[in-house]
Design a protein around this ligand. Sequence first.
Ligand SMILES: NC(=O)c1ccc[n+]([C@@H]2O[C@H](COP(=O)([O-])OP(=O)(O)OC[C@H]3O[C@@H](n4cnc5c(N)ncnc54)[C@H](O)[C@@H]3O)[C@@H](O)[C@H]2O)c1
Length: 424
Amino acid sequence: MKKISVVGFGKIGQAIVANMLQNGIHVVAVDINPELKQVFDSGAYSSSEPGLAAALNQYYKDGALTITHDFAAVNDSAAVIVAIPLLVDKQKRIMDEPFLDCFKQLAPHFHDNVLIVIETSIPVGYGRNTVVPAIESQGKQHGKDFLLVHSPERIKSGTMLDQLLRTPKVIGGVSTEATAKALEIYTWFFDEKLIHLVDSIEAAEMVKLAGMAYRDVNIALSNQLAAFAQKIDVDFANLIPLINTDGEAFLLQPGIGVGGHCTPVYPYFLINNFKEAGLDFDLASRSRVINDGMAEHAVSLANPHVHEKNALILGLSFRPNIKEDTFSTSYLLNEALQSHGFRVQLHDTEFSAEELVRKGFTACADVYASGAEVLFLVTMHKEYASLDFKRLAASGVKVIIDGRNQLNSNTIEDAGMRYIGIGR
Ligand SMILES: NC(=O)c1ccc[n+]([C@@H]2O[C@H](COP(=O)([O-])OP(=O)(O)OC[C@H]3O[C@@H](n4cnc5c(N)ncnc54)[C@H](O)[C@@H]3O)[C@@H](O)[C@H]2O)c1
């Protein structure tokens, strides 16, 4: 039986495991979190990803999926796919140790050129110059005991199983032998037409990071154009679909900021790569400053219209109706508002009040009883589309800053409040 180990059974790990199981592979999921196995054993596992819980629960029951925290369990797998995060600190500096420790713990079980795949996004050169030496420091040798490739995971929460069926799978190895082995194994669970081999591991590393830098720069451009448009009273957000009809422009929407563990983080990997190469990726650096500065910009939009400095933020998640808050814009907005003397509450449909308090916010349980004078929409959770604006106005809200340009300005103004979008 074909057997593959996946190390890191989180959001990405669970999706790629389900895809393998659906292709008849026996999967060993290794995760340091011992609760994962208990959750599956008790039948309590659930997921907001369509189809994921049903698939994983069934394969686990059938015995095709093994869940363990024992690294030795990877021993007889054809490949070990690693999907644990490469953590960064608040300043977005890489914290090497937890990531490399994982490879050091796995290394004793590498033999006979087992395929090792990093699916986690990593800086260019990190696989060859940092991960290979970490494994070799444990007495193992590339080309004899293991073969390393990088295959950046480019799917996003929300419809992961579906995206796995159509997102091109990029693979680049430390050696041609590594890449060839990866091609053979990945065709077990990917349509060969989806697999794109690139010349080196560095090329594969660059694919994901370049895509992320593109997205961040694109949003920064929109944010700057939005600020100008607002000054000359042009509704820029509504113009974007029209701008994009020229067949060459692909402008993204401006917004109150860019959250998540990808877009606001990975440009820094490339910025550092440029530095190491004696270059300055000033375009990406400036874009980071512009996008992180949108929180402050949003406060400046509200400031002329408020008197009581009492604000309510709607949304912590960085993606609608997905419970993920890594580097959410709401953290920056909360800080910016407080530095301007605002009292700030936060409401989110995905997080409980206790969770919000643990994350450092003052939680708001009822948006109609916050007493806030200004409301900032950060996340377009579907529930916020049906807010009762008349009730909000009656509760004292005077201004709504629509950080996603998705609320109905007419309804808000008809209810007697001021509507301000980003670039509208
Ligand atoms: N979540 C996304 O939308 C997304 C999208 C594309 C790519 N990625 C990439 O996938 C990586 C993982 O993301 P995720 O969302 O699955 O993270 P996650 O936090 O949901 O899951 C990570 C899992 O790894 C486990 N883990 C951590 N350290 C470990 C170790 N040393 N050994 C074994 N298990 C360990 C954790 O317990 C957790 O279950 C990201 O860093 C990113 O590079 C994520």
